[in-house]
Ligand binder design. Structure first.
Ligand SMILES: *Cc1c(COP(=O)(O)O)cnc(C)c1O
Length: 373
């Protein structure tokens, strides 16, 4: 059976905003300025305002946002940076790209974000950690509020990986503004997605923002004069023009994701699937709607047979990936929660344009799958 309900569908977002996006692209093309022009400048202002941050800097990708933030905070060779194993490999790749050593920690089994107790344990044992990269996985905010105390006590820099959580909040504050710096990806399927690669760094620290601005373009402080050794990682004008159109509907798109999630929750109650938790005081923006299924593979097969696409984020925790296995440090909890999660998590169809009727069909297919659940 062909897939009739895809797990994600960035093209649906293009079709919904086609007129405005086509016009924005036309304007950008006719401007004659294709790199770091007015579109990027305006998008940076609008994205900073949206997040309630003083500064936003457009960069080439989410991975680069993390690399540039780490570099701007002087994290480099010899430093240890703690993060989770249950994340996109990009989080860990960025730490290694700046020459630092990742220390991978377990996640909380309920909300799938960094286990603060394990971090506390590691710090008390005397681990020398320079920075932490909590990941707001699936759109659910990590416990930044709990982490900030440790960060202060142990002098840790906090780099929030917000690649899956554009617009999510903790106590009313947008993710990316609680730590030292927030890093975003605009990969097409993200809550705010371009039609190509893109990313951004947000911060309230002006000096830090200036460092990122320099580092993203050859270390230039003035044109053709490299004050520091930089790189090339710029958001381009076309993507910025598209992102400006889509930023305007991000709050509504997140609300649609939340409404679909509530629909799933109600329909899946009473099945053996564990539906996503929300911690008190946070807003979850449902980049993914992830359930836990004991018999995931048979459920996936049953849904595929009914024409329903699913995905697994992520089947192989980073410490088990061929590139990292055996040579990367893991915390004392030994991935007690991460390992079973990787075998059980299943991402159901989720994107703002997903019709309510499609969610009904997914729910019916889960019920019909019967004991295979
Ligand atoms: C997508 C993603 C990234 C990387 O973003 P790119 O734009 O693909 O480089 C980093 N971290 C997380 C958690 C992500 O989901």
């Amino acid at each position: 059976m062909p897939i009739t309900i895809p797990q994600t569908d960035p093209r649906a977002s293009y079709l919904e905003h086609r007129g405005a996006i086509d016009r924005a692209i036309q304007v950008a093309l006719e401007s004659g300025r294709y790199i770091l022009g007015d579109e990027v400048k305006r998008f940076e202002q609008e994205f900073a305002a949206f997040n309630g941050a003083r500064h936003a800097v457009g960069v080439g990708s989410g991975t680069d946002a993390l690399v540039l933030a780490l570099r701007a905070l002087d994290v480099g060779p010899g430093d240890t940076v703690a993060t989770v194993a249950h994340t996109a490999v990009a989080t860990v790749a960025a730490i290694e790209l700046v020459g630092a050593h990742p220390l991978l920690l377990d996640v909380d089994p309920v909300d799938f974000t960094l286990d603060v107790a394990e971090l506390a344990d590691v710090l008390k044992r005397g681990a020398r950690i320079k920075a932490i990269v909590p990941v707001h996985l699936y759109g659910h905010p990590a416990r930044i509020d709990d982490l900030l105390g440790f960060a202060r006590d142990y002098g840790l820099r906090v780099i929030e990986d917000c690649a899956q959580a554009h617009g999510a909040t903790i106590g009313g504050r947008t993710v990316g503004t609680l730590g030292d710096v927030g890093c975003f990806s605009f990969y097409p399927t993200k809550n705010l997605g371009a039609f190509g690669d893109g990313g951004a760094v947000i911060t309230n620290d002006e000096a830090l923002a200036r460092r990122v601005v320099e580092l993203r373009e050859y270390g230039w402080r003035e044109r053709y004069v490299s004050a520091t050794a930089g790189q090339n990682s710029r958001l381009d004008e076309l993507q910025a023009a598209i992102l400006r159109v889509k930023l305007a509907t991000l709050p509504r798109d997140n609300q649609r994701r939340q409404a679909l999630a509530a629909h799933y929750d109600a329909g899946l109650a009473g099945t053996p699937l564990a539906t996503p938790a929300r911690r008190a005081g946070v807003s979850h923006v449902f980049h993914q709607y992830v359930v836990r299924a004991e018999r995931r593979e048979s459920l996936r097969a049953a849904l595929a047979a009914a024409g329903i696409g699913t995905a697994v984020h992520y089947p192989v925790p980073v410490h088990r990936q061929p590139a990292y296995a055996g040579r990367i440090a893991v915390g004392p909890a030994a991935m007690r929660h991460t390992e079973p999660l990787a075998k059980q998590v299943l991402s159901l169809p989720m994107y703002p344009q997903l019709p309510g009727d499609a969610v009904k069909q997914v729910i019916a297919a889960v019920h019909a799958a019967g004991p295979s659940r």
